[in-house]
Design a protein around this ligand. Structure first.
Ligand SMILES: Cc1cc2nc3c(=O)[nH]c(=O)nc-3n(C[C@H](O)[C@H](O)[C@H](O)COP(=O)(O)OP(=O)(O)OC[C@H]3O[C@@H](n4cnc5c(N)ncnc54)[C@H](O)[C@@H]3O)c2cc1C
Length: 505
């Protein structure tokens, strides 16, 4: 069968939710097109503790960027090509979308995405979400969060998802089953229970969407390529929903002639509609790094290595955080080592990041060949006022203060990176040259009001100028969430399904 009422393209964090919810109605048919294989028999994807074995492996598209004007040019952007998408290889930190972020979305033209409307979707999610359970709490992390409370004057937090987001230090809410260690991906909790049961849901695995078929300004199907190299068309009688993520959704649109007309013509393609916002507004959380030699190895227990953190406010008195720190149990020191730093056997680290970055980057194509990777330019630290760089430097300063405070202080032998003597301009340059991604790329098909020429989708997630085409993934974020975005993608998938169902009556 190759004709469905709805086609969902991409079975990742959001797409899996959309396909599962739409197919709840046995009277409608849904085709889900996923470029990767199933995660059902892949223990590295199912067990959250094994996430790092997936990074830069056979499922990872592992995108690189163009040379960065100010930031790190050596970042490898993990994008998982497997059912569940990046939710099948990420670290499952699970924050409900903060009210303040949704206020920003509404201000940016995303009418109807206020907290009153979106927060009820959090309670509807099928995935298990709770703060790291007591038996999985690492004693070192407990010490760092205690030190942070003293050093930064922030409270200890039991559950960040209970009420509105506040500053504080503590173990994160995580999407996992504490009894089995199974990750809280949307594929495991939304698709696995139904994909072999529902006759009206067909999942095309290892099937890559090459282009959107548009007939008289209406999306009517997808041209795909199966794993044996054959190409064929899958038709949609009602709608096509794109959920390929913030890099691959704009790439698919541009390959289909939907984007800035001059860029599309330069690829030798015919523009279907001139949408200059496609690929623009790329956002990510730039992340810094401080490494110390530790008195002892970091031992278990642990859930995903990224189990705890700190949210602080440094700019003004508002109680809403503007600086975040992850407290990894594994040191990701590759960018320091590239510059010649030699890491001792036992290390600990803190990674500050800028939760509300002001720099904006871009995604585009230099070839219409679907096997040629899209071009990515993060443009980290290019905001004219220098906010992103100043905030990250503040984060490094505060990380050093935390490490100098008991009980963390007793774990520290010496600062290894950047090194205690590295300050001022030298520190700023080093922080820029070694910044990392938090893998939160988003915003490249941003949502906005129906009359905003740079918006790609309207508040109903409909692509401007093309009937029957929506987007439901991280590319539609008008503003990046202050915290880790995965749960927002789940909530967005739930709401997208509701918006689609409402329109079908
Ligand atoms: C290493 C890592 C760690 C992370 N840790 C966290 C965390 O702890 N907490 C958190 O909140 N967020 C985390 N994130 C971010 C989070 O996982 C992403 O923001 C989220 O998964 C994005 O969801 P999405 O639906 O937009 O896209 P994805 O989840 O990336 O899904 C896109 C899907 O589309 C498929 N696809 C792409 N192109 C095509 C095509 N042409 N044809 C068919 N299918 C296609 C892909 O195979 C994939 O399955 C992390 C990300 C990474 C990479």
């Amino acid at each position: 069968m190759t004709t469905f009422d709805y086609i969902v393209v991409g079975g990742g964090a959001a797409g899996a939710v959309v396909a599962a919810r739409l197919s709840e109605d046995p009277n409608i048919t849904v085709g889900l097109i996923e470029a990767g294989p199933s995660d059902e028999n892949e223990p590295r994807a199912l067990q959250l503790s094994r996430w790092f074995e997936m990074l830069e492996g056979e499922y990872d598209l592992d995108y690189v960027s163009v040379e960065q004007e100010r930031g790190n040019s050596h970042i490898r952007q993990a994008r998982a090509r497997i059912l569940g998408g990046c939710a099948s290889h990420n670290t499952m930190i699970a924050f409900k979308t903060p009210r303040e972020d949704l206020d920003s979305w509404v201000q940016a033209g995303a009418t109807g995405w206020d907290a009153e409307t979106l927060h009820p979707y959090f309670d509807r999610l099928e995935v298990p979400i709770q703060p790291v359970v007591p038996e999985h709490r690492n004693p070192f992390l407990a010490d760092v969060t205690t030190a942070a409370q003293t050093a930064l004057g922030v409270p200890g937090v039991g559950d960040w998802n209970d009420g509105d987001l506040t500053t504080g230090a503590g173990f994160f809410p995580m999407a996992y089953d504490p009894a089995t260690g199974v990750r809280g991906s949307s594929s495991v909790w939304y698709l696995h229970p139904v994909m072999h049961v529902r006759d009206n849901l067909t999942v095309f695995l290892k099937t890559m969407a090459l282009s959107i078929i548009v007939d008289d300004s209406r999306a009517v199907g997808i041209e795909v390529r199966a794993s044996d190299g054959s190409t064929f068309e899958i038709s949609a009688t009602r709608e096509v929903i794109l959920a390929c993520g913030a890099i691959d959704t704009p790439a698919l649109l541009i390959r289909s002639g939907i984007g800035r007309a001059s860029d599309i013509e330069a690829l030798g393609l015919s523009p279907v509609i001139d949408l200059p916002g496609v690929g623009e507004n790329l956002m990510d959380h730039p992340e810094g790094l401080v490494i110390w030699e530790s008195t002892a190895p970091m031992t278990d227990p642990r859930v995903s290595d990224w189990d705890a953190g700190i949210l602080a406010r440094v700019d003004g008195e508002n109680g809403f955080p503007d600086l975040m720190f992850h407290l990894p149990l594994m040191t990701f020191g590759v960018h320091a080592e590239r510059l010649g730093y030699v890491l001792p056997e036992n290390t600990i680290s803190i990674t500050p990041n800028v939760p509300r970055p002001k720099s904006r980057g871009r995604v585009w194509l230099e070839s219409a060949d679907p096997d040629v990777a899209p071009k990515i330019d993060y443009r980290y630290f290019t905001d004219p006022a220098g906010y992103d760089e100043a905030m990250l430097l503040k984060g490094v300063e505060l990380a050093r203060q935390i490490a100098d405070t008991e009980p963390m202080k007793s774990w520290v032998v010496r600062e290894v990176f950047p090194g205690p003597d590295v300050v001022g301009d030298e520190l700023a340059e080093l922080v820029r040259r070694t910044n990392h991604t938090v893998y939160h790329v988003s915003g490249t098909c941003r949502m906005g009001s129906a009359d905003d020429p740079n918006a790609v989708v309207d508040p109903q997630l409909r692509v401007r100028g093309v009937e029957g085409l929506r987007i439901a993934d991280a590319s539609v974020f008008p503003v990046l969430t202050t915290v880790n975005p995965m749960v927002t993608l789940y909530m967005l998938g739930e709401r997208a399904a509701d918006l689609i169902r409402q329109d079908s009556f």
